[in-house]
Design a protein around this ligand. Structure first.
Ligand SMILES: Cc1cc2nc3c(=O)[nH]c(=O)nc-3n(C[C@H](O)[C@H](O)[C@H](O)COP(=O)(O)OP(=O)(O)OC[C@H]3O[C@@H](n4cnc5c(N)ncnc54)[C@H](O)[C@@H]3O)c2cc1C
Length: 415
């Protein structure tokens, strides 16, 4: 018999949103996570909090004309679904159906729903992944990247609060240090999970924690949701999954995500009968640099590039159009790995640095994360690079780092 209505594996943003949605309907949920409570919320805490919203008031205020149809066309251009998906056939039938529903959601109830929970957005909508290809190719044809006021923690907050409220109402149990090692099946149906209960650990948010097993448990449930994130910290899996046609990945790579993003649950889900599709499709950034104050192993952070920097391959050759900074991350990466490059060059002068250069992540943008208008004003003023707390907290700190902490080959500032 099921002990729980639903078990959710993973207390990142996906798991927390699922928990909030289910408990709002009165469903009893057990939320399991391998990490200590300090890491509740997973990657989302560290994120920039940029959301895909369509035809929003923020876009309209800027004169951006967007629609669900345009956004769906853009989605199809990026996804390149296999033929038949639109008829509910082939490996991409679920991907297609999900994309259709998500785009309608992003153009409809998503913003009022989040707004009702207190989430707000920075008024300047950013243009991430422009693509710049012909119609039907990859990219967003209009700006759609809505940066949450409060960045990652700002989007996480209402869902952590919803979990606390559901816990108080007796609908949610959170079990940290429960690392799921397998899905239990009965008559071909998933009916529960097996988990290692790990020893307590005082690791801070995002830091690696121990894997010492103190006991094992088996929990039953009416349904099990796997929300364990991606594979980015598991470089062996990344290498094994990287398509041979896209060349060779560098021998040394950074991780934009905590060690907990190990992708192990993909194999566990497959053992229980899940059918994975497109395991060779991943999202990695070529324009990452080593973190000046690392929290997790091989900690890297992405440069959020404006279009004006010169982006060169390892030999100093310009990346071909339209692989300009910020246009097509995966396309640029495949170009570089296809050449066998293990690094590229970002060349910018001080003026570009002041106006365009930023690092991703909540911790690198204390003005937006802390909802600090004074700091935010400094971001747009000339000289912000040298005077603002934002840069004291991020870029300038790098220049003072011990040699080797920052890879000078990645960013070149021309004075
Ligand atoms: C610096 C940075 C900036 C980003 N900026 C953006 C942005 O602007 N916009 C955007 O859309 N996205 C952004 N992202 C990506 C986004 O944050 C993530 O895609 C998203 O938060 C992933 O949520 P998740 O719940 O799927 O996975 P995760 O946050 O990885 O959560 C998965 C959870 O599952 C747990 N877990 C894993 N395996 C097991 C197991 N076997 N048993 C039990 N628990 C397990 C992990 O401990 C973790 O807590 C950014 C990410 C980073 C790091």
């Amino acid at each position: 018999m099921a002990d729980n209505d639903v078990i959710i594996i993973g207390a990142g943003l996906s798991g927390l949103v699922t928990a909030a949605t289910l408990t709002a309907r009165g469903t009893r949920v057990t939320l399991l996570d391998a990490e200590p409570l300090a890491s509740l919320g997973g990657q989302a805490y560290w994120s920039f909090g940029g959301l895909f919203l369509v035809d929003s008031p923020e876009q309209r205020r800027l004169g951006v004309k967007d629609s669900a149809e345009l956004a769906f066309d853009d989605w199809l251009g990026s996804a390149q679904f296999a033929p038949g998906a639109e008829r509910g056939e082939g490996p991409d039938r679920y991907g297609y159906a999900w994309a259709r529903r998500f785009v309608d959601f992003a153009a409809g109830e998503m913003r009022p729903w989040l707004h009702g929970m207190g989430v707000r957005w920075f008024p300047l909508v950013q243009w991430a992944e422009r693509g710049g290809h012909l119609a039907g190719g990859h990219g967003n044809s209009v700006p759609r990247f809505h940066v949450t006021w409060g960045t990652g923690p700002g989007i996480l907050e209402p869902f952590v609060q919803a979990a606390v409220d559901a816990h108080r109402a007796g609908l949610l149990e959170l079990r940290t240090r429960h690392r799921v090692t397998g899905l239990v099946t009965t008559d071909g149906r998933v009916t529960g999970v097996r988990a290692d209960v790990l020893a307590p650990d005082g690791a801070g948010r995002g830091e690696p924690s121990n894997r010492e097993v103190v006991r094992q448990v088996e929990l039953g449930a009416g349904a099990v949701v796997v929300a364990t994130g991606g594979i980015g910290a598991n470089h062996d899996l990344v290498r094994a999954s990287w398509p041979a046609s896209a060349g060779h990945l560098p021998d040394e790579m950074l991780s934009g995500v905590p060690d907990s993003t190990d992708g192990e649950m993909l194999a566990r889900a497959t053992e229980a009968g899940a059918a994975l599709v497109h395991t060779d499709r991943m999202w990695h950034y070529p324009e990452g640099i080593a973190m000046h104050t690392p929290v997790w192993s091989r900690h890297g952070i992405r440069i959020l590039p404006g279009p004006s920097s010169l982006w060169l391959d390892a030999d100093g050759g310009r990346l071909p159009a339209p692989l300009f900074p910020g246009f097509n991350a995966l396309g640029a990466l495949r170009h570089l790995t296809g050449r066998g490059d293990s690094y590229s060059w970002f060349v910018l002068n001080r003026q570009i640095m002041e106006t365009e250069f930023a690092l991703s992540g909540s911790d690198q943008n204390p003005d937006l994360t802390g909802k600090d208008l004074r700091l935010l004003a400094e971001r747009v003023l000339p000289g912000a690079v040298t005077s603002s707390g934002r840069w004291r907290a991020s870029a300038e700190a790098k220049w003072r780092c011990p040699a080797g902490a920052f890879r000078p080959e990645t960013v070149v500032i021309l004075r």
